[in-house]
Design a binder for this molecule. Structure first.
Ligand code: NAD
Length: 278
């Protein structure tokens, strides 16, 4: 019998616990979001993050910069937020418009406020096995695995996708948790054979219904990070209906990884406030 890994329910529980912890701490953490341009998907994600802030008692400041802004203009905003003692976390919504140097923007965020975990220092700490802020999507997936008591140590984990926001940090977190990890990508030879060896399969490719039952070992735990549109519906990378009967556990889309990402952002922001340097 397959277990549906209910990220929505787990995130609700985590947000309630966080709300209590924030209330007891006497702190008032604050998150600043920076959005450049009017991309509707980015606007929606930022709105969801602000709603979550409100729910748990984190203050939020939304900064909107016109889509034709220069890198310098965005850097000025980051510098101002870095220096603002009332702001604990800074989130720059990606992707940024093409004319903006994304690497420079990410590197400009003070590492103590890097609640998204994309700064090279944050990623380096993660690689060294001593993460400060791990990127929210993979960290949220680790929380989901923990909540369902899915054993990771010694498991063979295969991550499809090698992006900075999901694939690479996912592989690092699984490695830190003692899994034996393989990273696959667009140049991987015989991807189905690699995937089929996974006890824990994480797909972060971004292709609707790409993962089919032939690629999944019977009894595997399947984590679907993908968010794709198919015939006007939101679907993951995994052909959920076809794969679920051979998996031992699987995340749905929507309602799996997505809510865990937002809950983790809230947890990272509280951690930033709680460990604030004088
Ligand atoms: P990305 O485009 O940066 O990376 C995609 C990766 O997939 C690349 O590393 C590429 O090598 C690999 N890939 C592409 N085609 C492949 C193929 N045919 N075989 C094997 N590998 C292939 O994307 P991303 O930012 O990592 O996001 C991946 C997906 O996850 C997207 O659908 C995105 O919307 C979604 N996402 C969801 C959340 C969430 O909270 N649920 C968060 C971030 C991203």
């Amino acid at each position: 019998m397959v277990t549906i890994l209910d990220g929505k329910a787990v995130s609700e529980k985590r947000l309630e616990l966080l709300k209590e912890a924030i209330g007891e701490s006497g702190l008032y953490p604050r998150l600043a979001t920076v959005i450049v341009g009017g991309d509707p998907a980015s606007q929606m994600y930022v709105r969801m993050k602000h709603r979550a802030c409100e729910r748990v008692g984190i203050g939020s400041v939304g900064i909107e910069i016109p889509g034709d802004a220069t890198t310098q203009k965005v850097l000025e905003t980051i510098t101002r937020l870095n220096e603002d003692a009332d702001i604990n976390g800074i989130l720059v919504q990606l992707p940024l418009p093409k004319q903006i140097d994304t690497d420079r923007i990410i590197s400009a965020v003070r590492t103590e406020k890097d609640v998204d975990g994309f700064h090279p220092t944050s990623l380096g700490l993660l690689m060294s096995g001593k993460p400060r802020f791990a990127p929210c999507t993979p960290k949220g997936i680790m929380t989901l695995l923990e909540e369902y008591k899915i054993p990771v140590a010694g498991a063979r984990a295969v991550v499809a996708g090698r992006s900075i926001d999901v694939g690479r940090p996912m592989a690092a977190l699984l490695t830190n948790a003692d899994a034996t990890v393989t990273i696959c990508h667009s140049k991987t030879r015989d991807l189905p054979a690699e995937l089929k060896r996974a006890d824990i399969l994480v797909s972060a490719i971004g292709k609707a219904h790409f993962i089919t039952p032939e690629m999944v070992k019977p009894g595997a735990v399947v984590i679907d990070v993908g968010i794709n549109q198919l015939d006007g519906k939101l679907v993951g990378d995994v052909d959920f209906a076809a794969v679920k009967d051979s998996a031992s556990a699987i995340t749905p889309v929507p309602g799996g990884v997505g809510p865990m990402t937002i809950a983790t952002l809230m947890e990272n922001t509280f951690a930033a406030a709680a460990t604030r340097m004088p």
